[in-house]
Design a binder for this molecule. Structure first.
Ligand code: AMP
Length: 468
């Protein structure tokens, strides 16, 4: 039972002059400076009337000061509410109205500077395992965005498990190019660095040249799949460039098998894919030692129990474990719907677990297509399309269809002959699964974490089968 801040700070190096952040201009910010900044901000928050359990929001560009705000909020016993820097005023108004933060920070540097006037808070405010540490709003493609309540205990348990299974030590250097308004960059990546007292090569965003230079100084990179496709598109990314690295981790969206294979061809290294979500942080991971299989997200983390709901081999993944959130902020009914009667969280991801215990994900339940009364799992069709000449990547969606309810439509990055490709799909798949139309595009709509936004595709092509 402890405040997450103290748990993380216990990992900071004894020698606080050691770097926490290595910046692109070659300068560094030490662990001592990080700790002092967090204490000033915590003091400033307390002086401003923030009490334990209050929410403190942050919508700002990625910076060291933004991390100080995060840690200062924890230290003051408040709950951190990070918001995507791309949100519009109207979106932010909704989150502020819903979460009612006591303080809302929009300029982390200015906030850090004004905090110098306050007395630093030296003793961390005590919190219990089940106290709220952070409110993470889900990207919510349908309905209102929901605030997942993550406790000190949830985040500490996940951080400790990842630190251990991914073999982090103080000799690691983490290449951090992810945004910090999302669990991936905020919790998964940073907590591993803090618990090891390791430095981070701190990049404001994924920039090819900076990442290429950062690889020479780093040992671990965490990224979304688009980081890896971008690395591979750069001919300067070679086995020599990767030689200093011990581990490349991917998550937040499915890693294409072709990316996994190409990466191994190029570097001799296998990307370690893991699976997680805002509501539980990391759920499964491929092994550090042992086989990392393309297409599988690996084994449940220590302490996580995983089962497939619905009584079939493939169904909605349900989980329990120490990192599973307690519910959605002020939405008791929505929360009740997302948990089973016996207390398992329904992730909304459809998948299966093989005899070895490995988990394979076939997509979001809400992306399931029902065509002519038959269930169609998009992933099955995408895997076939991705193998065809001329196809780089595909996204299969269900579009309203006058006869079938939904018709299967493939949106494909690449080019080719639509009729010939459909014929090829029909050779490999039952007719009801084969795409009725294939649309060629230059790119697929993605959110900040590289996830393909199928809801936008469904909207865009909603009239495709309309007659008359
Ligand atoms: P978020 O809450 O924004 O982090 O989104 C979580 C969702 O991302 C999960 O429910 C999955 O649908 C998806 N996701 C995360 N990691 C993976 C992965 N390795 N493979 C497939 N889907 C993933």
């Amino acid at each position: 039972m402890a405040n997450l801040y103290d748990i993380l700070a216990a990992g900071f190096p004894a020698d606080r002059t050691k770097s926490a952040f290595i910046l692109s201009d070659g300068s560094a910010v030490s662990y001592g400076e990080l700790e002092a900044g967090a204490a000033q901000i915590a003091g400033h928050l307390v002086a401003s009337g923030v009490t334990p359990g209050d929410r403190v929001g942050l919508q700002a560009e990625k910076s060291v000061e933004a991390v100080m705000v995060y840690l200062g909020v924890l230290k003051a016993g408040a709950a951190f509410l990070p918001l995507n820097s791309a949100y519009t005023k109207a979106e932010v108004d909704y989150f502020i109205g819903d979460a009612t933060p006591r303080v809302f920070v929009t300029d982390a540097q200015a906030f850090r500077a004004e905090a110098d006037a306050a007395d630093p808070l030296l003793a961390t405010v005590e919190r219990a395992d089940d106290h709220l540490a952070s409110l993470i709003y889900t990207s919510g493609t349908t309905g209102r965005s929901k605030g997942a309540m993550l406790s000190h205990g949830n985040l500490a348990a996940n951080a400790r498990a990842l630190h251990q299974i991914w073999g982090f030590t103080r000799d690691d250097v983490l290449l951090h190019a992810l945004p910090i308004f999302h669990v991936h960059g905020l919790f998964v990546a940073m907590h591993c660095a803090f618990l090891s007292g390791a430095p981070m090569v701190w990049l404001p965003k994924f920039d090819d040249a900076q990442v290429m230079a950062g690889l020479a100084k780093s040992t671990v990179m965490m990224g979304v799949p688009t980081f890896y496709t971008r690395l591979l598109a750069n001919p300067q990314f070679t086995a020599e460039r990767a030689a200093h690295m011990r581990l490349f981790i991917s998550g937040s969206a499915p890693l294409l098998e072709s990316t996994f294979a190409e990466f191994e061809d190029r570097t001799g290294m296998r990307i370690l894919e893991r699976y997680g979500m805002s509501e539980a942080v990391i759920i499964t991971s491929n092994p550090l030692d042992g086989d990392r299989l393309p297409g599988s997200v690996g084994y449940p983390l220590p302490g996580v129990d995983l089962r497939i709901g619905g009584g079939e081999a493939t169904g909605v993944i349900e989980i329990t474990g120490p990192s599973v959130f307690s519910g959605y902020w002020e939405m008791p009914e929505k929360t009740a719907e997302e948990f089973t009667a016996d207390g398992w969280f329904k992730t909304g991801d459809v998948g299966r677990q093989d005899a070895d215990g490995r988990v394979w994900i076939s997509g979001r339940a809400k992306d399931l297509i029902i065509s002519g009364g038959y269930n169609v799992y998009p992933k099955e069709i995408e895997l076939i399309l991705d193998e065809l000449d001329g196809v780089t990547e595909s996204a299969v969606v269900g579009i309203p269809h006058p006869d079938f309810g939904e018709g299967v439509v493939a949106v494909v990055i690449g080019s080719g002959d639509e009729a010939a490709m459909i014929a090829e799909c029909r050779r490999q798949l039952a007719p009801y699964k084969s795409p009725k139309r294939i649309v060629f595009v230059d790119e697929l709509p993605r959110n900040a974490m590289g996830k393909v936004q199928k809801n936008l595709l469904r909207d865009r092509y909603t009239d495709l089968f309309k007659t008359g």
